[in-house]
Design a protein around this ligand. Sequence first.
Ligand code: GAR
Length: 202
Amino acid sequence: MARLPVAVLVSGSGTNLQALIDAAARPTFGAELVVVVSDRPGVAALDRARNAGIPVEVVAWEEHPDRAAFTVAVCDAAARHGAEALVLAGFMRILGPEAIARYPNRIVNVHPSLLPAFPGARAVAQSLAYGVKVSGATVHFVDEEVDHGPIISQEPVPVLPDDDEATLHRRIQAVEHRLLPEAVDALAAGRLTIQGRSVRWS
Ligand code: GAR
């Protein structure tokens, strides 16, 4: 069966990208990683992509006049490589509505909290500062609001008494590395149906 061509959007270390690369090495995985797009040069995620032989594109945030122009440039970079879906794997920019219009129900994000708790860029630090006993990972479809679209999968991660941001984030990421490839594979196989805010797996 043809694989779903996806673009992976990154900003940093790319451990979730690596999980996708490893998953895509299996012949049964439903998606093909056709390009990795970063909003900044020089990040480790780009090295991971190059090592795996995946084309890379850098769309620098600073080089665009506003969010709309940046969003269109990101979508254009993905489209140049034939991507039919976007996977935000540690992508720390907010895409404008132009992306949702171009990839309706075809954008997936991974987030290091149990949404709707702690949306935004500092979820792990804010979870610790709040004193929660349970954190977790969420994979969800992207809609027009930040960290808000229908939830594909979630899994709790206990907060341990001596956790700092790094130790808790590492345990959450270990869960993300399983949930994100599972979700992308299910999306590619057409096994995810959105009904309002609810995502059904089949
Ligand atoms: C991941 O934990 C991801 O959930 C988080 O950034 C990390 C990137 O790690 N994303 C967000 O906080 C988005 N709001 P990685 O680059 O090693 O995959």
